[in-house]
Design a protein around this ligand. Structure first.
Ligand SMILES: [Zn+2]
Length: 192
């Protein structure tokens, strides 16, 4: 390779690298997690993230609106999504913003979460306290949402039943499913 050619290739590689960083920055700028050093980029964008992770319902530490064009929310059971929409509006009337940080998940994504939990907690028994297998997860069937931030989770624990939304597990104040009729009584959260 001549010196000139090598210089050209290097310049090309650098340009592609910078472009990739800019795209990554633009994509994440629409959500809470800003990329350090790229804060000069334009503010929130409505461009949906269309990554391999997103298509599996993996929001990668982002939170999204219930109305986002993201498989994590578009693939939820429509009745659940409608109930969450109503809850989001009612919470907003009380100045509480309810965001979604997990909804529908692909089987593959749930498998990876369970594998990570096995490593983290050291045994299947412990892991099952926190993460369901793909066979049993209500996220995989589109029947569960995890809400954020914590203030939103507390709001949901107090008012979710108005919309049929109930905290399903005692140790997960963020995880809600449609477990009663609107205005009904939620079953006690399951201890697992
Ligand atoms: Zn959950």
């Amino acid at each position: 390779m001549t010196h000139r050619l090598r210089t050209t290739v290097l310049a090309l590689v650098t340009t592609v690298g910078v472009a990739a960083l800019l795209v990554a920055g633009l994509r994440s700028s629409g959500e809470a997690s800003a990329v350090p050093g790229l804060s000069f980029l334009p503010g929130p964008s409505s461009t949906p993230v269309d990554s391999a992770a997103s298509r599996e319902g993996d929001l990668e530490d982002r939170t999204v609106s219930v109305d986002a064009d993201e498989p994590a929310v578009t693939r939820l059971d429509p009745a659940l999504r409608d109930a969450v929409r109503d809850a989001v509006a009612a919470a907003a009337d009380q100045d509480v913003e309810v965001r979604i940080n997990s909804g529908w998940r692909s089987t593959g994504y749930q498998e990876r979460l369970f594998a990570q939990a096995l490593v983290k907690y050291g045994s299947q028994e412990e892991a099952l306290h926190w993460v369901a297998t793909p066979d049993t997860s209500s996220h995989v069937t589109g029947d569960a949402v995890d809400v954020a931030p914590t203030k939103a989770a507390y709001w949901m624990s107090q008012h979710g039943d108005r919309f049929g939304l109930c905290q399903a597990y005692a140790n997960e104040i963020w995880h809600y499913e449609l477990l009663t009729e609107p205005g009904g009584t939620c079953p006690d959260p399951e201890v697992r």
